[in-house]
Design a protein around this ligand. Structure first.
Ligand code: TMP
Length: 224
């Protein structure tokens, strides 16, 4: 069985990446492909617990170093339990946030050393990075934050914004710069799209790019 294909979605808050990851997963399934849709933090049972700690305000005093290591613990478990086994079964793994989020948020956002984060990322993933990373870029980070807060309100989670949604706009601008910097450094892995596009149009463009690079799979008559 050929190794599967690994796609990650990245972007600042409220860029619609979870919606786009879902739409892509549904479309690929319709085309007969085996898809595993997952996310970080929180793609495993352990990860679910870590997500509560990382994004909730119960441990408000979490140090930046502890935060970094908890993201790495989440990732190591996720690789071992979900990502590597799924790729070995020939599946397409679509992950909502992955290693680049740590470079952008903990590196550019929090100011931790990019080299250290990259070294830890290599260890936590055993060097298995995404084959394609879709970056949804939104110049107006404040508009994205408003979208994220509105989404919380609609879900009845008013006032429940997480640790990062509480950060000031300057933090989110640094995160955006971080994402753009990693994307520029690895143009072969990244596909960058404007998050300001309508949902359907964005989906169409992302799908087009994925079908260009996705190896043909069993049960897919179009060879996509
Ligand atoms: P999400 O539900 O929008 O994906 O939120 C996850 C949050 O976790 C988001 O604010 C970014 C943050 N995050 C990091 O800071 N570092 C990481 O390595 C990952 C995976 C997520």
């Amino acid at each position: 069985m050929a190794e599967g294909f690994f796609i990650s979605f990245e972007g600042t808050e409220g860029t619609g990446k979870s919606t786009q990851a879902d739409l892509l997963g549904k479309e690929l399934r319709l085309r007969g492909r085996g898809v595993v849709l997952t996310r970080e933090p929180g793609g495993t049972r352990l990860g679910g617990e870590l997500r509560k700690i990382l994004l909730g305000m119960t441990y408000e005093d979490l140090s930046v170093m502890s935060e970094l290591f908890l993201y790495m613990a989440d990732r190591a478990q996720h690789m071992a339990e979900v990502i590597i086994p799924s790729l070995q079964e020939g599946k397409i793994v679509i992950c909502d946030r992955f290693t680049d989020a740590t470079v952008a948020y903990q590196g550019f956002g929090r100011g931790m050393s990019r080299e250290r984060i990259e070294a830890l990322n290599r260890e936590a993933t055993s060097g298995r990075f995404p084959d394609l990373t879709v970056l949804l870029d939104l110049q107006d980070v404040t508009a994205g934050l408003c979208r994220a807060l509105k989404r919380n309100e609609e879900k009845g989670l008013e006032g429940a914004e997480d640790r990062f949604e509480k950060e000031e706009a300057a933090f989110h601008c640094r995160v955006r710069d971080g994402y753009r910097s990693v994307a520029e450094a690895e143009p072969g892995r990244f596909a960058v799209f404007s998050a300001a596009l309508p949902v359907d149009e964005l989906h169409r463009r992302i799908l087009g790019r994925v079908l260009q690079v996705l190896p043909p799979g069993e049960g897919n008559a179009e060879g996509a």
